[in-house]
Design a protein. Sequence first.
Length: 176
Amino acid sequence: MRVGEDFTDEFPDGDPLATEVYATLVRTGSALMGEIERTVAASLGINLQISNTLAVIEGAGQPLTPSEISERTLISSATMTSTIDRLERQGLVRRLPNPEDRRSVLVEVTEAGRALCDRFLPGINALQIAVMSDLEPAERQQLLDLLGKVLAGAARVAEQDPTPLTGRRRRRRGHK
């Protein structure tokens, strides 16, 4: 994504390169998620939220509480309940009493859930390799390092009060 040559005329406090990088990262993230969603839907007939939740439960190696699953998948607890319900109806997970807390349950993967993970997780890895194939290993590492800095910056900004949406803008001629 590129901004116009007059970007700094219109936004004197702006940084054209920061805007281009930010917009490109957002578009890239959307494209990557879109491709995984498309592939999961075509291969499994389920949505990414369902497959991701199943992968988290299976990958934990032990039963998890719904709260732990929500934290690891970044899915709200209300949505997580319906997601676990769906996985349970399909025979992919089961709920168990939590021996440490009678008010809570644990969720574990079933053999059918493990078999489904065995089927689709290698395909997700193949998709990741295909998408990253234009980058040399050193470039992948460099990108990973740079994205780590971006994530750290995003975390730092998120710890502060929201950035006020203020600044100067000079409207271009012909734009009212």
